[in-house]
Write a protein that binds this ligand. Structure first.
Ligand SMILES: CC(=O)SCCNC(=O)CCNC(=O)[C@H](O)C(C)(C)COP(=O)(O)OP(=O)(O)OC[C@H]1O[C@@H](n2cnc3c(N)ncnc32)[C@H](O)[C@@H]1OP(=O)(O)O
Ligand SMILES: CC(C)C(=O)C(=O)O
Ligand SMILES: [Mg+2]
Length: 504
């Protein structure tokens, strides 16, 4: 597993990291058990040089690679930055496709080969472990690729990387290319072939796995699939595909899969980019089930709807979320866990009331169920009457005017770094409710001046994830409504609750 989160991932818009963040994440990658960490492109900036240098000095347990064009200054910068690495690798590349040769490099085939030989030879003067990449390999003439790779091996490359730079290939095509290269490149038996797939057509993981079938023994990938444009192959997906389908692929990794979720979360925190709910392995829904038929199956035997154990990738457990699509089996099971054994008629009634509740909230919590069974009413909760913000340079003060569940006015103000932090601090202090946000997103609904803002946030309280939603013309008011949506449910007495026990 060659991880390029800190190079291909970091070079894409919205994912830039400072040196301290890169170093922190490099340690996390080593703990995860990747074989190679591509730490950066030292000649691109002094900051990247320093980050690569510190990672090379500090991080052990993985080879540390740095990227260079087939250009002496780039290669010298790599050598210098990697000087203190226990296992340094210089990764040098040049484009080989006719498009790139003509329009980007303005080089003939012969000149590309000369540059490749120069780059690899110079890199080998500094380190033993040299990787050569043929950029845009999947749009390169096959016989020319054979010539370039054969020359790179002769010059001393140990790893030959075949990048699908623009995410253009298909699984069958890349597999056939790997078969062809391994059969025709001179010295192929002495090197490791590597795949580096981009996700422009959503095929990066499928193509990388097909390359493994074609004999690739290194895959280049990133945590959460970040990378240029639509990203690179996602490490967590590749690793789990190889593990779950171990009998099918003749390959495995030494990744500590239980660290996949924490590593993904660390990257989200560092870069400020959450993964989407339905992201494989690490998305919030990856092991969550709401629909009745699936919940019924899970309760009978978890393999009916899960192909891996959530604990194996770092989750605490699966989640059976009660909502509009849930059925009798899941509600009855949850009630049993809460200590209620209801006769059929009463169960039907509670299910009907729970479904009615989903017209105003997405998820039915244990506390909601308890209140339905015990016949308590759902009060109005806290409401926003007015809010305003005052900026003081870096800090903002939020003033909130709320009505409490008994209809009394509560006025409060608090400071924070920016309007959202100040607003949430004021709401927390006014209501006495505190929780850590897992995600917070604001979207525009509709277009133009009439558009309304919709805020969605989720908070984890003990093992329960609560989601809140608010809409308003004013996105901050929408955010306040969403925050109070969660707070009202917390205040209705939702506390730590047992996770659902699912079938064996
Ligand atoms: C597919 C990939 O992910 S490739 C890696 C992408 N990563 C980066 O680009 C890292 C950040 N880049 C940078 O900081 C800068 O682009 C630098 C320092 C690398 C180069 O900066 P500059 O010298 O200003 O060049 P600029 O970026 O404008 O153009 C790239 C030059 O490299 C040449 N080049 C591109 N790839 C290669 C290569 N593999 N080998 C040799 N030359 C190359 C181009 O032809 C162009 O040359 P020209 O200036 O003579 O026309
Ligand atoms: C530098 C190479 C390996 C690359 O990132 C690509 O071609 O996508
Ligand atoms: Mg790339």
């Amino acid at each position: 597993m060659f991880d390029t989160t800190l190079r291909d991932g970091e070079q894409s818009p919205g994912f830039t990291m400072n040196a301290a963040q890169k170093i922190l994440f490099a340690h996390a990658l080593a703990d995860l058990g990747v074989d190679v960490i591509e730490a950066g492109f030292p000649n691109s900036s002094p900051a990247d040089f320093n980050a690569v240098q510190t990672i090379a000095r500090e991080v052990r347990g993985a080879s540390i690679a740095a990227l260079a064009r087939c250009h002496p200054a780039d290669i010298e910068a790599c050598a210098s930055a990697l000087q203190h690495a226990a296992a340094p690798r210089i990764h040098t590349f040049i484009s080989t496709s006719p498009l790139h040769r003509r329009h980007k490099l303005n080089m003939s085939r012969e000149q590309v080969i000369e540059h490749a030989i120069m780059g690899v030879t110079l890199a080998r003067k500094h380190v033993d472990d040299v990787e050569f990449s043929a950029e845009d390999a999947l749009r390169t003439e096959r016989e020319f690729l054979v010539d370039v790779f054969s020359a790179a091996i002769e010059a001393g490359a140990r790893t030959l990387n075949v990048p699908d730079t623009v995410g253009y290939t298909t699984p069958a095509e890349i597999r056939a290319l790997f078969d062809y290269l391994r059969a025709h490149v001179k010295g192929a038996e002495h090197v490791v072939f590597s795949a580096h797939c981009h996700n422009d057509l959503g095929l990066a993981v499928a193509n990388s796995l097909a390359a493994v079938e074609g004999g690739a023994r290194q895959v280049e990938c990133t945590i959460n699939g970040i990378g240029e444009r639509a990203g690179n192959a996602a490490l967590e997906e590749l690793v789990m595909a190889l593990k779950v389908r171990r009998g099918y692929y003749a390959a495995d990794t030494r990744i500590d899969t239980r660290r996949l979720l924490p590593t993904s979360r660390l990257l989200s925190r560092i870069t400020g980019n959450q993964v989407q709910r339905n992201k494989a392995i690490v998305g919030a829904n990856a092991f969550a089930h709401e629909s009745g038929i699936h919940q019924h199956g899970m309760l009978k035997h978890r393999d009916t709807y899960e192909i891996m154990r959530p604990q194996d990738v770092g989750w605490e457990d699966s989640q059976l979320v009660l909502g509009r699509h849930s059925g009798r089996a899941a509600v009855a099971d949850r009630l049993r866990h809460l200590g209620y054994v209801l006769d059929d008629a009463r169960l039907d009634q509670v299910i009907a009331e729970a479904k009615a509740l989903t017209q105003t909230q997405h998820v039915i919590s244990d506390r909601d169920l308890q209140r339905l069974v015990e016949g308590e009413s759902f009060g109005p909760g806290w409401r926003v009457s007015a809010l305003s913000l005052t900026d003081y340079g870096q800090r903002t003060r939020a003033h909130v005017d709320l009505s409490d569940p008994d209809g009394r006015h509560v006025i409060h103000s608090a400071e924070g770094e920016g309007p959202v932090a100040a607003l949430f601090a004021a709401l927390s202090q006014a209501t006495g409710v505190d929780f850590v946000l897992e995600s917070y997103e604001v979207h525009s609904m509709g277009v133009g001046a009439d558009a309304r803002g919709e805020a969605n946030l989720s908070a984890r309280i003990d093992f329960e994830v609560m989601t809140g939603q608010g809409t308003s013309r004013d996105v901050l008011e929408a955010s306040a409504i969403a925050w109070l949506d969660v707070a009202n449910r917390v205040l209705r007495g939702q506390q730590a609750q047992p996770r659902i026990a699912v079938g064996a």
